[in-house]
Design a protein around this ligand. Sequence first.
Ligand code: BF8
Length: 680
Amino acid sequence: MTEEKKDNVKKVVKLEKKKKLADPVKASCDKASQEMIARAHELDVETIFDRNETLKPCNIGAQGTCCKNCGMGPCRLPLPKGGIEGKDERKGMCGATANTIAARNFIRMIAGGAAAHSDHGRGVAEVFLSAARKETDAYKIKDTDKLIDVANALGVATTVEVDGEELDRDIDEIAVEVGEVAMNEWGKSEGELLYLKRAPEARYETWKKQGVLPRNIDREIVEIMHRTHVGVDQDYKNLMKQGTRAAIADGWGGSMLATDLQDILFGTPSPLLSEANLGVMKEDYVNLIIHGHEPILSEIIVEVAETQEMIDYAKEKGAKGIQLSGICCTANELLQRHGVPIAGNFLQQELAIITGACDAMVVDVQCIMQNIANVAECFHTKIITTSPIARMEQDSVVHIEFDEHHALEDAKRIVKLAIDNFENRKAEVMIPKHKTPVVAGFGAESTEYHLGGTFRGSYSTLVDNIVNGRVRGLAGVVGCNNARTRHNEGCLTVIKELIKNDVLVLVTGCMGIACAEEGLLLPEAAAVYAGPGLAEVCETVGIPPVLHFGSCVDNSRILIAAAEAVKAGGLKDISDVPVAGSAPEWMSEKAISIGHYFVASGVYTVFGVTFPTSGAPEFQKYLFEDFEKMYGGMWDFEPDPIKHAHKMIAHIDKKRKDLGIDKARERFLMDIAARQEVEK
Ligand code: BF8
């Protein structure tokens, strides 16, 4: 072939590659997203949906059997076609077996997830302590009732004895001590995490028996990195012991402290009305999108953006006002406390910029795609990074480092920058019309109130309805979007199937946003989607069939709600409750850590899309079967959303049977096809 011909072939191949674009309808089941993916193609802007067409994942890595923990590797141990027959002889250079490699990779994922949640929590604790010590004016203690609850849980005295009389202790003093004790949880040299005692006693005893009581949050994460270094722990069971310890330190430690301290500082959420999807952006307004996870900065941005000074400034620049909206878990944090509308979940972050109406996107940490900076360069959008630990290499990105000691000034600079950028819009604005009303802001406290009332103030109404079978059980459906599967579809199919079968669903993270966009977070959704029993309960107490519990660190709210249900039901442990967990579209390490602390807390937990241990069947069996004997909860994997839901329902029914309350449900019969699905 002549050089010229070779060049032509290369050009054609390049063009072909370039043409491989995502089909918007196959990529997402959300209409607003479909419109924006198509718009991206018109404007020749590449998104994650297109990269999914050209960048294929490595199978061996996805199955968990690629070890790159030393310079002799990566050692790739593919699963033989037809599976393992007899003894699994696969080994890496050092002799590490497929089980060891998969277990090391799995617990490194737990370490990554637990570190992300817990470092977020540490940041909140630092700001909390500054606020308690009155070192900053920007933050104040808002929820003193919750402060007292947390003080009790941390063993901080809330009363003092004066002249033989027991008096309330000064609230500021309590706050300082709570801050100090909380900070200590990350690195104390002795003892165990204080919040472990918030779990039912039987659960605590199980952890003790298994030898997995976390000592402090940081240590458990560091020890994972040590144990998974070349030549250290080479026993998958022992590796999982440490993975379990770190995951518990996340759920009942770092995440729970993050949630609690945020509630004390910013207010404990209660149900409120808002809207969700890209249609919340407004053409004539300055659109400022807050993206990431930590509410410490975004809380102040909300405050600043609502000041008359900033609204007037926006009007001076030709806008009608300022429209704030959120992406990912920062969105969930602001939604649940302020009703700030949600622009989208993980897979919609690029799409929000493609509207041409995003004047600034301010990001903090976690789940921020580096490609938003490339997309923003095609428009006028300013990307503003704010965290010293999360910067971007692109020159177009502005960095305004946030510090709680000058929080107000930082927030003002950010809001002003967005306003100043309004007049620089260059592309034609195209905002999808789609948006949906949402009722959000649920949590352990509001569930108690709504299902128990001010009179009873307990979980007994919920428990009564579980016993009488109107509510078949509970499910926590949480986690991410994953571009390897159709955006939002797995989540919505699983959840609709669950509520159709009378399972009350609690959601967090990007799954909460998916439900918001679909209209499942409205009380009216019960009449449309829920089974007769659940619909009756929802109608009576006025709640949606799917309750939004907040961001990913707020999965700790689900743990507390489960512990409350145990108490109200006179049960022993979370593993006795008819409850199941799910992350149908997971992709992040945080999801693995959450999944594992659900399992370690006694919850049967199913993941969709892919499972990162499938290349090591023996180890996977340990997680899927043996864990149930040790912890009462275990992992499972099911990519088909209907089967996924029915596996959860089958587990809920098993628990109902164990409790002797299965008879009450006999009027709700599954049809034959559904039964066959479960038995497959
Ligand atoms: O912490 S659900 S994609 S945004 S990791 Fe990220 Fe996953 Fe969304 Fe919130 Ni959680």
